[in-house]
Design a protein around this ligand. Structure first.
Ligand code: SF4
Length: 362
């Protein structure tokens, strides 16, 4: 059968046959083993005869222009606009999913916006976006589509951003991140027990992705941990996570602690108090990390970038808006000339705290 993007019959890669005739998907560590016309746990990858089909290729759940701070990325062209989109499905099963209407969608009809890679890249350029983000649901499961979009973006000088849980097989990871300029990886907790109980996944493959990104690629990396009261917010767990990041990835990888709101299968857990985010930030700074942020709350102190050398305030933020910006175009502190980790350029004006839906082709 011929591949027809957007038709639900696009051939997926990263799989092999087992001796018993089942097809094993190698795209992520779940390693779904498929009979007949079975779909994988992510729902969008399906065995059809002797093919693996990516049913979501060329189909999106919608496009929005966001500030890059919303991904969240605080050290990747601050203030710039990013064209964001996702598809449907997910390879994790987080009980606390904050985007579950998209990630748990079994309704392929919700993928209303047919969009080919070249059209997405052209739309990003036409709207003045510096980058395109694969987000809302995990791009791992639509990797072939995301990689084709990334190639089209790079043809036009548009950068690419993955917002992901980092749960990916080694071969696909190499291909995928060769096409990404930045990533925000969700490190959902710092114990395997938490991963197993609340996400249906395991911690170690995520740590391997983080190490791969930091040590074997030029991808700009930031990490986010959603703190859930009573589940992954103990002092010991937060300190252990920050210590691991400082030791294994280095102190310059930004870490965002963000606030949970009751959702999906965890509506009985209260929202994260601001005091928990502030406590986590204090612990992570004490463990030696240079850039630790709080998110999903109004907390100017927790959203500000300081110079790690002289402690000057360099980028002051409120939620996703920048209130003052003092970095030089090359990303140095104007007071002591220390280099700030990240990707920076001329800062002229910011996109601001807006969210603009767009239709591709319009
Ligand atoms: S990408 Fe989907 S089909 Fe493949 S192993 Fe992961 S959950 Fe299963």
């Amino acid at each position: 059968m011929k591949d027809v993007p957007g038709s639900g019959s696009y051939s997926g890669r990263y799989w092999h046959f087992l001796d018993d005739g089942r097809m094993q998907c190698d795209l992520c560590p779940r390693h779904c083993r498929l009979h007949g016309e079975q779909r994988g746990a992510c729902f969008v990858r399906q065995r059809v005869g002797d093919r693996m089909v990516l049913t979501a290729y060329g189909r999106s759940s919608g496009f929005c222009i966001d500030p890059i701070e919303k991904k969240p990325l605080n050290h990747f062209y601050p203030g710039s606009a990013v064209l964001s989109f996702g598809t449907a499905g997910c390879n994790l099963a987080c009980k606390f999913c904050q985007n579950w209407d998209i990630s748990k969608s079994r309704e392929m009809e919700t993928l209303a916006d047919a969009a080919m890679p070249e059209a997405i890249a052209a739309s990003a350029a036409a709207h003045g976006c510096k980058s395109v983000a694969f987000t809302y649901n995990d791009p791992v499961i639509f990797a072939e589509y995301a990689m084709d979009v990334a190639d089209a973006c790079h043809q036009l000088g548009i950068r690419t951003v993955a917002v992901t849980a980092g749960y990916m097989g080694a071969e696909a990871r190499r291909d995928f991140y060769a096409r990404m300029d930045a990533a925000n990886v969700d490190l959902k907790g710092f114990s395997d027990a938490f991963y197993v109980a609340f996400t249906g996944a395991h911690l170690q493959p995520v740590l391997e992705t983080l190490q791969y990104l930091k040590h074997e690629t030029d991808v700009w990396l930031e990490i986010t941990t959603l703190l859930i009261p009573g589940k992954n917010d103990s002092d010991d767990e937060i300190r252990a996570e920050a210590r691991w990041i400082a030791r294994e990835l280095g102190p310059d990888v930004p870490l965002h602690f963000t606030a949970f709101h009751p959702d999906y299968k965890m509506r009985d857990v209260p929202p994260t108090p601001c005091s928990t985010l502030a406590r986590a930030r204090k612990h992570a700074l004490a463990e030696g990390l240079h850039y630790v942020y709080t998110g999903n709350v109004h907390d100017t102190a927790g959203a500000t970038t300081h110079c790690p050398a002289c402690r000057a305030q360099l980028i002051v933020r409120d939620w996703h808006a920048i209130e003052s910006y003092r970095l030089t175009p090359t990303g140095t502190c104007p007071d002591c000339f220390a280099q700030i980790a990240g990707r920076f350029g001329n800062f002229e004006r910011q996109f601001g705290r807006r969210r603009i839906p767009v239709r591709i082709g319009e």
